[in-house]
Design a protein around this ligand. Structure first.
Ligand code: 3H9
Length: 654
């Protein structure tokens, strides 16, 4: 018999057990309708003496993806999620969660409210609320430590890290993992549990935390949180679960959830969440099929190329790495192996994964060996003549339907495309270094890129676990255009009276991991210097030009690697250098600028303003498809703090 509890929750009775299915695409979020339906289903089971207990499961590949984020900021209809979870837990008949896929946030909280949890191997469990600037609001911080212990629960709640089924089993979050029919197992579990008092998570004692382990973990989490409020609150709430009753803990958790949910950080992080989903949607690509890609060729196995190779191997592709000579190819292979070895050493990869990746890798000193590649990504030295010749050669080697991608940062990919016989198959794939770690990829839609080639580039980037953002062609694409504007304004600030350490301190207090001058030093100053020298002949003499960076380079101060740049680095430690201060003062004097004190607030507002103004230009010229794409590029490629939403959001533009 089929029962309908709401538009998204249905039930059927099997062996005297009510099997409740949540079917609320795309991710079975706990919307008002879903909450009402599930609440009613529990009532139905409680009231029907013919029903021994309940199984709760999700339709499709998700159990429950969490609270419905789209409802945040709107008036909430009852039952609220905490009421629903309490209602499930209070049920006198056994309620078993059959966790078929992701159980995240409110989804995990619903599972924690159940009396027994069985997971399929596809299950993923986590409390990702901190990524949205909030803490769990339906008991997650109070029930999880009762099952997994304080340290593990606090780490999960404060970082948002998801665990797979096996880890969840080891931590005690689920009671069983099964490869058999999940719902049948859960129905059998209800039968076995019926008659016994339900094992309510909320009634379990909290084991005392290992104080040292907690402090070590929380120090690590807080160091990474940099100005975000939610992680510290999550740590505090989980820790205090050991010191008070469930009811007290739930009241504090709920109040903290509401306070954070309505604060600016959460608004910014919700913007980022929806920005990521929007970036995947590109007008004109609806229904366009990407080309099938199995083998990726990579030309140039330096730092960038080897990183891309590792990313492609991680993504399951067969990889052919090509260099100009056999020796260079061998060196490239060693570089790739070294990255894989590092990943094994750090626990990111196991030995079996390493072997599987190496089995899919070949390296060669001959470009001709790329003939079988479905996609070739070039990552050679950023020089137009070198790349143009390479594209002409590749064009003749690969199949006519193969895609050619350039990883150039600054060169015009339309020029490279024009050098081939099939410009429509050329696209930009601008990775950020280290390419196997950094999430951002700018996918450059060149003047003649075919829609299915653009779709292919997006699909490959997605399969590599990256965040692809489409950019049109302009010097530096989206990211480096904005970064140049940021650099320019930072240098104006120097001339006007601020010092590098003051500017860096202001931006670090705003939330950047590193201020601009520390970043310039880390990246090295010579590439930008070479560009400035190239552009010198065509520069408008009326344009404000700051010479300080040129003076640094002339003095051999190329940044951290050289031991000196905007700062000095005795023993590798960033230190203010009076020589740099003197250079800055000399530059001001030369232009007769009277230095004035510039407060942190002005520093931040001028730098953000410069970024947003450049963003406006990119939007007006259709280089960026939407303001939120610009935010994603800066957050994921340039260290802009996510909890500020990105430069366009911060400036009220998105
Ligand atoms: C929470 O639970 C608070 C509680 O503690 C307390 C409450 C009192 N709501 O990512 P995808 C949409 S906070 C609404 O591409 P995938 C998404 O916008 C929540 N919509 O899929 C997109 O829509 P569209 C804690 C949501 O298969 C579509 O689903 N939970 C939600 O790659 C597909 O998304 C989280 O933070 C949502 N909760 O990955 C989990 N989730 O097609 C966030 C997704 O219109 N979600 N959408 O653009 C995820 O991590 C992934 O979506 C998931 C699926 C892993 C579930």
């Amino acid at each position: 018999m089929s029962l309908t509890f709401s538009a998204t929750v249905t039930g059927s009775v099997t062996d005297g057990v009510l099997v409740v299915t949540i079917d609320n695409p795309p991710v079975n979020a706990a919307s008002a309708d879903m909450r009402q339906g599930l609440f009613a289903a529990i009532d139905h089971a409680a009231a029907d003496s013919g029903i021994a207990g309940v199984v709760v499961t999700g339709a499709g590949k998700t159990f429950v993806g969490g609270a419905d984020i789209r409802e945040f900021g709107k008036p909430m209809a009852e039952p609220l999620l905490p009421q629903l979870v309490n209602h499930i837990e209070a049920c006198d008949k056994p309620v078993v969660a059959a966790i078929n896929g992701a159980a995240l946030g409110g989804g995990l909280e619903i599972a924690l409210g159940c009396h027994h949890r069985i997971a399929s191997p596809a299950a993923k469990l986590g409390l990702p609320e901190v990524k949205l600037g909030i803490v769990p609001g339906a008991g997650g911080t109070q029930r999880l430590p009762r099952l997994a212990g304080i340290v593990a629960a606090a780490e999960m709640a404060a970082t948002g890290r998801m665990v797979g089924a096996d880890e969840a089993l080891a931590l005690g979050i689920v009671d069983e993992v099964t490869t058999d029919d999940l719902v049948a197992k859960a129905v059998a579990a209800v039968g076995a549990l019926a008659g016994d008092p339900p094992r309510r998570s909320g009634e379990l004692a909290v084991q005392a935390a290992d104080a040292e382990a907690f402090d070590k973990m929380s120090a690590k989490v807080l160091a990474r949180a940099r100005g975000q409020d939610a992680p510290a609150e999550a740590l505090r709430l989980v820790r205090s679960a050991g010191e008070r009753t469930l009811a007290e803990g739930l009241v504090d958790e709920r109040a903290t959830f509401i306070r954070l949910r309505d604060a600016d950080q959460a608004k910014a992080l919700r913007h980022v969440f929806f920005a990521e989903r929007a970036a995947a949607k590109v007008d004109g690509l609806e229904g366009v099929e990407p080309r099938p890609i199995r083998t990726i060729g990579i030309v140039g196995l330096g730092l960038m190329g080897s990183g891309i190779a590792v990313a492609a191997l991680d993504g399951g592709y067969t990889v052919i790495g090509a260099e100009m000579t056999a020796e260079a190819a061998e060196k490239g292979r060693e570089r790739i192996v070294a990255v894989l070895d590092r990943n094994v050493a750090s626990g990111r990869l196991d030995a079996d994964g390493r072997e599987k990746r190496l089995a899919r890798l070949t390296t060669s000193g001959r470009l001709e060996d790329l003939a079988d590649a479905d996609l070739v990504i070039e990552a050679v030295f950023d020089d137009l003549a070198v790349k143009t010749e390479l594209f002409q050669r590749l064009d003749a080697i690969v199949r006519p339907d193969a895609v050619l991608a350039t990883n150039t940062s600054y060169l015009d990919p339309d020029v490279l495309a024009a050098a081939t016989t099939r410009p429509e198959r050329v696209v930009g794939l601008h990775f950020f270094s280290p390419a196997n770690i950094m999430r951002l990829v700018e996918v450059v839609n060149c003047a003649r890129t075919a829609p299915d080639v653009l779709a292919t580039a997006l699909a490959v980037a997605k399969k590599l676990g990256k965040l692809p953002v489409v950019s049109g062609v302009t010097e530096g694409f989206i990211g480096n255009s904005i970064f140049s504007a940021y650099r320019r304004e930072a240098e104006f600030l120097l001339e006007d009276g601020a010092l590098p350490q003051e500017i860096d301190a202001a931006m670090e207090a705003y939330g950047f991991a590193m201020g601009p001058f520390a970043v310039f030093d880390l990246a090295g100053l010579e590439i930008a210097w070479a560009r400035r020298k190239r552009q010198a002949g065509t520069r408008d003499p009326a344009e404000r030009y700051v010479e300080i960076a040129d003076r640094l380079c002339e003095a051999g101060r190329f940044g951290q690697k050289a031991g000196r740049g905007w700062y000095a680095y005795p023993d590798g430690k960033r230190t203010v250098d009076p020589e740099v201060t003197a250079l800055i003062e000399a530059a001001r004097t030369k232009k007769s600028i009277v230095a004035r004190r510039i407060e942190a607030e002005e520093i931040v507002s001028r730098l953000l303003g410069a970024m947003a103004a450049e963003g406006d230009r990119l939007l007006a010229n259709k280089i960026a498809l939407r303001a939120s794409d610009i935010d994603l590029v800066l957050i994921n490629g340039y260290g802009f703090p996510a909890h500020r939403g990105g430069p366009m959001f911060a400036a009220g533009r998105s």
